[in-house]
Design a protein around this ligand. Sequence first.
Ligand code: NAD
Ligand code: TYD
Length: 336
Amino acid sequence: MRLLVTGGAGFIGSNFIRFYLREHPEDSIINLDKLTYAGNLENLKDIEGDARYQFIHGDIADFNVVDFLLKDGVDAVINFAAESHVDRSINDPSPFLRTNIAGTQILLESSRRNKIPRFIQVSTDEVYGSLEPIGLFTERSALRPNSPYAASKASADLLVRSYFKTYNLPAIITRCSNNYGPYQFPEKLIPLFVTNALSDEPVTIYGDGLNIRDWLYVDDHCRAIDTVLKKGKAGEIYNIGGNTEKTNLEITDIILNILNKPQSLKKFVKDRQGHDRRYAIDSTKIKMELGWEPKYKFEEAIQKTIQWYIDNREWWERIKSGEYRLSNEQRVQSNE
Ligand code: NAD
Ligand code: TYD
């Protein structure tokens, strides 16, 4: 298979490319990425020279670039590209609408014209809004997005649905819970708190810290997407979750304990606007119909993840200091 992966220089996309090429030695991947602040070619340094991998610097909202790549013959599009951070969407929703909605529509339109046989939209459980205090999100739960980020992802999901219903584009939506693992941009809860704690800087807990997320190790998400790519049914939605609900305070304590850092690093700050209280996913459908289930236990995978940030201090220090931007720009120029 020849895949077009978008947003492959980000956290989940780069883990997916590495995972996929390892699992499928015969296949190849084109990675289309705009290299926003969150895109980092250093995430893919180890596979840069792999003949099965090609990087294209470009925007999913640019029809000409997308159409040029899809005309060339691609077996599947997997759309990871997105503005992905809720706090940034609260500060300025515009880039979220452009990339997450308009960009997805352009990918869909070009996929339709070029008769692409598989389209996977990597969506999120955040489209369902907040669950309080009990229950689980199923694929039939209503869409009730609360942040501009979640609203933009829900809008994209509706466009994907419309392309399936109207044009028979063989598209599938996956909705996953919060991921953690290596190469996650240190603005998200786990990498931010781990790297702050490693630098003896405060960890900023929003509100009372009792908001709940359902955590999944990134490799389990990658395997779920691969499973959906191979076995999923066009027009369907598949929820993907870790069955690991934790409050933000529990996550904070786990990180501080593993790193042997003091409780005094905890700093309670003003709550996020519109902060969703709880996410929890029912993954019965993907388990029963496609045979996927998570392989990693949270206790082991969080240790492994924290160890990765300890071992790769240079990676996150270059991001936090802003140094990596410059080196990315140089790499991009040498790629063009
Ligand atoms: P990320 O922010 O780490 O990476 C996003 C990538 O997309 C970056 O490489 C960026 O450069 C690229 N990008 C942004 N705009 C682009 C554009 N217009 N054209 C081309 N590339 C562009 O995000 P992530 O955490 O890896 O998330 C990937 C996908 O998974 C997103 O669609 C997100 O909504 C979804 N998701 C994430 C999580 C999570 O916990 N991180 C959970 C469920 C779903
Ligand atoms: P985040 O990693 O931004 O993911 P999402 O909002 O998409 O779930 O945040 C996870 C949880 O951690 C969420 O409840 C907000 C909270 N949080 C903090 O308490 N402090 C922080 O500095 C950040 C970034 C997040």
